[in-house]
Write a protein that binds this ligand. Structure first.
Ligand code: HOC
Length: 385
């Protein structure tokens, strides 16, 4: 088995192992993928300034995220269809997260259901909610998350429609994947994936099997989302969710100071600065570029979490250095899951932790919550004044 040195290696393994229809879904973004690229480019463009004459033999990376302990400041962010990359993928990823000691967030659009994950880990986890037009479905999902002891509800606010992912449209992405001649060729060409998927408990959206009649086989995903998801979702809807859900509430998809202040106003416990990994509004700025102004706007009145372009431990330091309390990542762990299941997720987390430790050693940090200004900067311009 090839040696994995970075998240980028896991990405390559995922690309090799998955049929194109599945890999393109997890890897891609909307339209021209401008925002996907910005998340990566802007993160890379930041510089880390070192302080070397410091004793950093003791380093503390622990933090609490929305009240839950995390061994490193990173939670596994919600990602749709993870269970199409590996049999029972959401349960496998949740197990890896629990064993490692970081929060796991299950997507509404997962293959394993809320109950599957609760049974697999027997520990609290986070549940991400998309609001449907049918309020009965929303109420039922919240009730089920509550009954499964979910400690936090992550309410995604940026999916009034699904960003158009051109690759998914060309593949005719459906759930379960549609058996077109091209897709059959791809699947047959990936026998390890095919054999593994045969062991899957489910092949469609586990959370909707009893909620939405046609959820057993969804022909066109984007059409289904248009039909089911609620474009009327506004601040009053978010207030109603707050009134219903008594545990921690996190608003995901905050990209401007106004929405951040509204989150405080409605009584959310945390926000996630996120452009949905560049999968929604193509052309949106990178999440890292808007983080400082959002942090300035809300101060420490709410926990500010960050998502968007985390591929190394140094990226976590960058986000925290610019004011985030902690981070979430989607693709980094998904590549691990797609490459090697539960072990691959553990591998992704271990790599990120090692890189985080190295970055702390080399920048002179013993505690991430006390990063002084100036550690994370724009790359200084070349040349003398
Ligand atoms: C496959 C379900 O987070 C994504 C999801 C949201 C879209 C829901 C569709 O693909 O970015």
């Amino acid at each position: 088995m090839s040696k994995v040195a970075s998240i980028f290696d896991l990405e390559c393994l995922a690309r090799e192992r998955l049929p194109g229809v599945v890999f393109d879904y997890i890897h891609g973004g909307s339209e021209q993928q401008l925002t996907v690229q910005r998340n990566l480019d802007d993160m890379r463009a930041l510089a880390l300034r070192q302080h070397s004459l410091r004793d950093v033999s003791h380093r503390d990376t622990r933090v609490t995220m929305a009240g839950d302990p995390a061994r490193i400041p990173l939670a596994l962010g919600p990602t749709g269809l993870a269970g199409l990359t590996w049999a029972n993928g959401e349960c496998e990823a949740a197990r890896a997260a629990v064993d490692f000691g970081v929060p796991f967030c299950l997507s509404t659009c997962s293959i394993n259901s809320i109950e599957d994950v609760a049974e697999a880990i027997n520990q609290p986890f986070w549940f991400q909610l998309y609001l449907m037009k049918d309020h009965k479905v929303n109420a039922s999902l919240m009730r089920r998350a509550h009954d499964a002891s979910c400690s936090a509800l992550v309410l995604t606010i940026d999916l009034h429609t699904q960003g158009k992912r051109w690759a998914d449209e060309k593949h005719g992405l459906a759930v379960p994947p549609r058996l077109t001649p091209a897709n059959i060729m791809q699947m047959v060409g990936h026998p390890r994936w095919l054999a593994n998927m045969a062991g899957s408990k489910r092949h469609t959206f586990g959370n909707f099997e009893h909620e939405i009649k046609e959820a057993g086989s969804i022909g066109s995903l984007s059409k289904w989302i248009e039909e089911q998801f609620d474009p009327a979702f506004d601040v009053n809807t978010a207030r109603r969710v707050r009134a219903t859900w008594q545990r921690k509430l996190i608003l995901k998809g905050v990209m401007n100071p106004d929405d951040a202040r509204t989150a405080i106003d409605i009584g959310a416990d945390a926000i996630i600065v996120s452009n949905h990994g560049g999968r929604q509004l193509d052309g949106a700025p990178s999440s890292i570029s808007v983080l400082p102004e959002i942090v300035d706007a809300v101060g420490d009145r709410i926990e500010v979490l960050f998502d968007g372009g985390i591929r190394t431990g140094g990226d976590i330091v960058k986000a925290i250095g610019l004011g985030a309390h902690a981070c979430l990542s989607g693709r980094a762990w998904l590549y691990g899951l797609a490459a090697r299941g539960c072990k691959g997720v553990t591998c992704a987390l271990t790599l990120l932790e090692q890189e985080l430790q190295d970055c702390m050693l080399l920048t002179g940090l013993d505690n991430l919550q006390r990063i002084e200004p100036g550690v994370v900067t724009a790359q200084p311009p070349l040349g003398r004044r």
